[in-house]
Design a protein around this ligand. Structure first.
Ligand code: BG6
Length: 487
């Protein structure tokens, strides 16, 4: 697709980890692909850790280049990409410096995008400083998560940013929404007539959504210890996935139709009763263990983490949605660091047949199940029952597999690339609207408060396992188990 939407992409936090690993590599990929970015588009990096453009380009060569194109860098494309980059040295603590930015961008073309790849405490000061030099006009602002620490602090940021930018100018990133497989979930649900009639309480017994990571907290111990898995993963990625799985068919794919339907789900989440928290929420923290043959240390000994930390690195929840489609169907959500495998998947467990004409073996063989694996190796697997060859009528569970890489060998796009192109082209559908974010905080907050008030430590689990045993016990109470516990 050829574009002529010119742009000036201003990157705050230009020497930060996110810029290095995700944002600049994604912009490079879009540049390399050709036709996705207007030739006149410029990137203006803002940082204070480089003296001038020359030093910044050197930093990009040393730190960003290793993160682009796993199969080697196209040198011609790389040099022309560097030509797009300008640099402005600004001390963000000094609002007067923003006059330098205004002068640097005033003659650059197109829509202005301000990407705040900085800590959330800088969001409001940066927006105010931009407004003070008139840079909030004809502009879009991109806010990275975490946006706030709870409902109050997120509202405070949204209120202050909202005084300077209109809601249609604000792009709140949740990178899960940019992932190809998450897009595919919309295609699966709303492009096929097959699943829709079954996608409801009459036919679905339970749904699981898991985002499991093998990685620990890496170099982010300090940030993570003040955040925890509920804020880091559940409030955003998991609730967004849940809302896409459970939403009603939208009228169209325009930004507000999709976001309105997601919001309806978030608002229909059954509030957690603090008295039930032990039954519907499990929090854990990893101890030392072994992952794929390598010994890894306990969370509490990671750099930046307090030795007696009670921050959770694992959460499992039972969630209910109070509407006609889903009443009574448990949704089990789970995420954790240092688990046995890196996998993100959605498991839809269908009900067993109401009466088995085929006898007891049919019931023993289980029921239909749809497993949508988002990463790694995007696949959709539909479990059905089939007759085992030979005498008698003995059934077994078999599966139909759809591996996406066998159908589409090219054209896969990283989440950040898609989302950055959407910002440049003014497409808001894959960004979180303020009311969605508020609804998510509103639902999550009683859990945070209850955990804090109870003062109980998280349940320990060994790194390289699937989390505390209590997470399995929670499902057992509903006569089910996590997918990996089948067999
Ligand atoms: C981020 C979290 O939003 O998502 C990280 O802050 C987490 O803690 C990451 O590791 C997971 O994303 P992905 O795309 O690797 O599954």
């Amino acid at each position: 697709m050829q574009t002529d939407s010119s742009f000036t992409f201003v990157l705050f936090g230009g020497t930060g980890d996110l810029s290095m690993r995700k944002i600049l590599p994604a912009l490079f990929e879009a540049h390399r692909a050709g036709g996705m970015l207007a030739d006149s588009g410029k990137i203006v990096a803002v940082a204070r850790h480089a003296a001038d453009r020359g030093e910044y380009i050197q930093w990009v060569n040393e730190h960003v280049k290793p993160h682009v194109s796993k199969n080697g860098v196209d040198e011609t494309a790389w040099s022309s990409f560097l030509e797009r980059i300008e640099f402005v040295k600004i001390d963000l603590g000094n609002p007067e410096d923003f006059a330098l930015l205004r002068d640097a961008v005033k003659d650059l073309p197109g829509i202005r995008v301000f990407y705040l790849a900085t800590g959330p405490s800088l969001f409001v000061p940066i927006c105010r400083a931009l407004a003070s030099v008139g840079l909030n006009e004809n502009a879009r602002i991109v806010l990275e998560k975490p946006l706030g620490y709870d409902l109050k602090s997120s509202n405070a940021i949204n209120d202050a940013v909202g005084e300077i930018f209109a809601e249609e100018q604000i792009y709140r990133i949740d990178h899960y929404l940019g992932k190809e497989p998450v897009q595919n979930l919309l295609a699966l649900r709303f492009g096929n007539a097959l699943f829709e009639p079954l996608w409801r309480r009459e036919w679905v017994e339970s749904i699981q959504i898991t985002i499991a990571e093998e990685l620990g907290v890496e170099a982010r111990g300090d940030f993570y210890d003040n955040t925890g898995a509920l804020r880091d993963m559940v409030q955003n990625h998991l609730l967004q996935l849940l809302s896409i799985v459970a939403m009603e068919p939208p009228h169209s794919m325009d930004s507000d139709s999709v976001r309105d339907e997601k919001l309806r789900v978030l608002r229909a989440l059954k509030p957690i009763n603090p008295l039930d928290i032990g039954k519907v929420a499990v929090r854990g923290q990893y101890h030392s263990g072994v992952i794929r043959g390598t010994a890894v240390p306990a969370y509490a000994t990671e750099p930046g983490v307090k030795p007696n930390s009670t921050t959770e690195t694992f959460v499992a929840l039972k969630v209910e949605i109070e509407n006609w489609r889903w009443a009574g169907v448990p949704f089990f959500l789970r995420t954790g660091k240092r688990l046995a495998d890196r996998v993100a998947e959605i498991v839809v467990n269908f009900r067993a047949v109401p009466h088995s004409a085929l006898g007891a073996s049919a019931l023993r063989a289980g029921a239909n199940r749809l497993v949508i694996r988002l990463q790694p190796n995007e696949t959709i697997r539909l479990y059905c029952l089939a007759k085992q060859p030979g005498e008698g009528m003995n059934l077994a569970s078999v599966h139909l597999d759809l591996a996406f890489d066998q159908f589409f060998r090219e054209g896969q796009m990283e989440a950040y690339q898609r989302l950055l192109l959407d910002v440049i082209n003014g497409r808001l559908a894959l960004f979180v609207r303020r009311d969605e974010q508020e609804a998510a905080w509103r639902w999550v907050e009683p859990i945070l408060n209850e955990w804090k008030a109870s003062n109980k430590p998280p349940k320990p689990y060994a790194a390289g396992t699937w989390g505390p045993a209590a997470a399995s016990a929670m499902l057992a109470q509903h006569g089910t188990c996590w997918l990996e516990e089948e067999n």
